[in-house]
Design a protein around this ligand. Structure first.
Ligand SMILES: [Zn+2]
Length: 433
């Protein structure tokens, strides 16, 4: 059947429903059509803003068409508005439970497109409005002084005179992986994350990744999903790479993080259900909230409590030429620093609102996130590029953790809940359940 233009779809669906009530899911047909238009719109927006599309492995003809004649941003904004209205007209009673989740997911993705396209047209939002529009979560921003008690605790872990950030930096510098050992340590870290994930999740057949080392990027690691269960994982070597990064990055970018999430969505939704909207991944969307939150939580799911430091001590320190006897102290510091994660939301919000200069933001990140100057400058570059995206890492992680922990205390129950998060049309609202 020829796909009709979506504007007339509501009328047609109603006519079908009236004339042929036996037709099981007129709502599903309409969702299919909205999904195709959403993919086309997203790809065209990607032609208007580099980085808008994080991954695409859907029909090539859509990509070709988008490249050939991308509509201007003003027209794409109208298209996003039209899709949102059309989606609202799909009656829930015409959808089964699965399709209702699909509709809710699409609603969040379309709202994100409306927000991002508005930003591309020059509209300005507050940090919280921007985050809510793009990622479906309104962040609570804590005043920085609320992090002072955590800093006081870290003072006791890294005692000494002078500035805490400088002391932490000097301490951590003893845990840098030497350049010639980075690849072996990273490969071992990723392999361990994969082994742990495979105990609980059946990975798609033939899944694989390539590891690349790059420089001059605002991020420390990136997973580029290519489709066909294949990822390219890039590691930025601009800054020293600490021993903790092997499992952090292996789990976050790889297993059970981004690579697995994308591979499962492709297998179960894009191919399994024919839901074409999952073949495109708009970076500034609730999908990123789920992806970053689950990728960060995946580290502690795979290596809970002391398990991470124990694995690093027993397997990775020797590979990196570091002294395993010092692993415990480093592990304690990393655990204590985790409670500072959301400080960067507040700093990002203040900096982007012009309440802090660049230098003030760098200094605040050194003080409250305990970055080195180089690390803080890199973080400011990240904030300038990705803006409110920063909330996805820490608020996302907290919400995925709470959700998964509610599933039960056993490892099996928690991994099963995690698998659902990364293989279904999960929205931030789902995580509150
Ligand atoms: Zn990530």
């Amino acid at each position: 059947m020829r796909i009709r233009h979506a504007v007339s779809a509501v009328v047609l669906t109603a006519a079908f429903a009236f004339a042929a009530p036996a037709l099981a899911s007129p709502g599903s047909d309409l969702l299919d059509r909205i999904a195709v238009d959403f993919v086309r719109m997203t790809l065209e927006a990607g032609e208007r803003e580099p980085g808008y599309v994080d991954a695409y492995y859907g029909p090539e003809e859509y990509q070709r068409a988008a490249k050939l004649a991308p509509r201007p941003v003003s027209v794409l904004r109208n298209e996003a508005d039209r899709l949102r209205m059309l989606l609202a007209k799909v009656p829930d009673k015409d959808l089964d439970a699965d399709q209702r989740r699909r509709k809710t997911f699409l609603k969040g993705q379309i709202r994100a497109a409306q927000t991002r396209l508005a930003m591309m047209a020059g509209d300005k939002f507050s940090f919280q409005d921007e985050a809510e529009g793009l990622f479906g979560v309104r962040p609570v921003l804590k005043p920085l002084k609320r992090y002072d008690p955590i800093l006081a605790k870290i003072e006791r872990i890294v005692p000494g005179k002078g500035d805490l950030a400088a002391r932490v930096d000097a301490f951590q510098n003893r845990y840098v992986i030497p350049t010639d050992k980075v690849e072996a340590v990273m490969q071992a870290g990723i392999a361990a994350c994969k082994a742990k994930t495979e105990e609980h999740i059946k990975l798609p057949a033939g899944e694989r990744f390539d590891l690349e080392f790059v420089t001059k990027k605002p991020w420390s690691g990136y997973n580029w999903y290519k489709g066909g269960a294949h990822s390219v994982i890039q590691i930025n070597t601009d800054l020293p790479i600490y021993i903790s990064r092997a499992l952090d990055l292996g789990c976050h970018e790889g297993y059970p993080g981004h690579h697995v999430l994308n591979a499962l969505l492709e297998e179960k939704l894009t191919k399994g259900k024919g839901w074409v909207e999952f073949s495109v991944y708009p970076l500034f969307s609730p999908q990123s909230f789920i992806a970053e939150g689950s990728a960060n939580f995946g580290i502690e799911l795979a290596f809970p409590g002391e398990a991470k430091t124990a694995f690093e001590r027993d397997k990775l320190y020797a590979l990196a030429g570091l002294d395993p006897k010092t692993a415990k102290a480093y592990g304690e510091l990393q655990a204590a620093k985790a409670a500072l994660a959301s400080a960067s939301n507040t700093i990002a919000a203040d900096y982007l609102a012009g309440k802090m200069t660049k230098e003030q933001a760098v200094r605040a990140l050194m003080k409250y996130s305990l970055y080195s100057r180089g690390g803080a400058e890199k973080r400011v570059a990240f904030i300038e590029t990705y803006r409110s995206y920063v909330i996805n890492y820490n608020i996302g992680q907290d919400m995925v953790r709470d959700h998964v922990y509610r599933a039960g205390k056993s490892e099996a129950a928690r991994w099963a809940a995690m698998e659902r998060v990364i293989s279904e049309p999960t929205t931030p609202a789902d995580l509150r359940r």
